[in-house]
Design a protein around this ligand. Structure first.
Ligand code: MRU
Length: 360
């Protein structure tokens, strides 16, 4: 366990989601927030894998960065300094890290990127160890920069006096820093345009109630927590101007996998003629998948539903279904805000332009 490590969003001190120090990756344990601030210090890639699986670190870009550091840890712990020994250690760690959570493509993207960098690097094991860490640090830094860029693009879509509904946590805690959906909200807040954010509680893991509310409070952005089933009534009362969420994977046609409950919000937004925006870095696009049906959806342990705060709330012996994500069809998405610009329908064309030409 490590001590408090402040970072900065808009000149405001916030906790760093993860960082590298003294040969170890330090991961802020989000399962304990907002009550306790504790960093898990991982000196073994298996500890990083455990932290991802148990959601001590969560959010698509954050688990990508954590996995990249996990490979750096594995490289350092290789049984010898030979090139082949280091490569073997990293490849074996990659298999373990890839098996942790299936939906967020950022995890795969980051692992593949570090592996490719190591395979092309010419040199001995020591050089590979340094290369693995340097690539993880680059992924970390690039994610923060990407979020700031997409925040600037996204805030232009936010009208003055906006009342914004968001789901789950797509903030600094879900990324290497600043956030995607919350990055847009942060940038819009700086521009003086945010009247209030409504944060869905986000059952069963409560990322909205525990993490989004906490993050926005740190930044002095007005936030109201609602339970997930209140969103429709909130919209019907005319209290929401737009919805913005993050993404775990976006298929080539613009279908979006994100935290369970996102699809319901998109349907509600359409019924109330509200814009429904998705904010994500390019590392969340999976252009290999034609549509959302191909996205693997993680199912999590029943205990996350049957228990709340350690207390059983469902009778013993009751069957439970706990998919962690759902897929929102592209037709319900008003725009996809990326770090290379804003994509509009038809997404098959606009996302391809963004990926291939680097612009929307
Ligand atoms: O299960 P989680 O908490 O990892 O799910 C997180 C989300 O669904 C986020 O909205 C998504 O990863 C985007 S984070 C910038």
């Amino acid at each position: 366990m490590g001590g408090y490590r402040p970072g900065y969003t808009q000149g405001v001190r916030v906790l760093e989601t993860l960082y590298w120090k003294d040969g170890a990756v330090h991961i802020l344990d989000q399962t304990l927030l907002p009550g306790r601030v504790t960093y898990v210090v991982c000196r073994d890639y298996r500890e990083v894998a455990e932290a991802i699986k148990s959601m001590r670190v969560r959010g698509a870009p954050a688990i990508g960065a954590a996995a990249a550091y996990g490979l750096a840890v594995a490289a350092q712990g290789a049984p010898g300094a030979g090139r082949e020994e280091v490569l073997e250690a990293v490849e074996s760690a990659a298999a373990t890290l890839l098996a942790t959570r299936p939906t967020a493509v950022n995890l795969r993207w980051a692992v593949k990127r570090v592996l490719a960098r190591l395979r092309e690097a010419e040199g001995d094991g020591d050089l590979l160890k340094r290369t693995a860490l340097a690539e993880a640090e680059r992924i970390h830094a690039e994610d923060v920069a990407a979020n700031k860029r997409l925040g600037r693009f996204g805030q232009e879509l936010v009208p003055p006096g906006a009342r914004i509904l968001t789901h789950c946590n797509a903030g600094a805690l879900a990324t290497a820093g600043y956030g995607t959906a919350l990055g847009v909200i942060r940038a819009a807040h700086t521009a003086g345009k945010v009247a209030r954010v409504y944060a869905d509680e986000t059952r069963p893991f409560l990322q909205g109630a525990r993490l989004t509310a906490w993050e926005l409070q740190q930044d002095g952005i007005p936030v109201t927590v609602i339970t997930d089933n209140m969103a429709g009534y909130l919209m019907a009362r005319g209290l929401v101007d737009l919805v913005i969420v993050g993404a775990d994977r976006i298929a080539a046609n613009g279908d979006v996998a994100n935290k369970i409950g996102t699809y319901s919000l998109a349907v509600l937004a359409q019924a109330h003629a509200l814009p429904f925006y998705v904010a994500a870095p390019l590392s969340t696009l999976d252009m290999q998948l034609a549509c959302g049906e191909e996205i693997p959806i993680e199912e999590r342990p029943a205990e996350e539903v049957t228990h709340c705060g350690g207390l059983r709330i469902v009778p013993e012996g009751i069957e439970v279904w706990n998919p962690a994500f759902d897929v929102t069809p592209a037709r319900l998405v008003t725009a996809i805000i990326t770090d290379a610009g804003v994509a509009y329908p038809p997404y098959t064309e606009s996302l391809r332009r963004i990926c291939c030409d680097g612009g929307a």
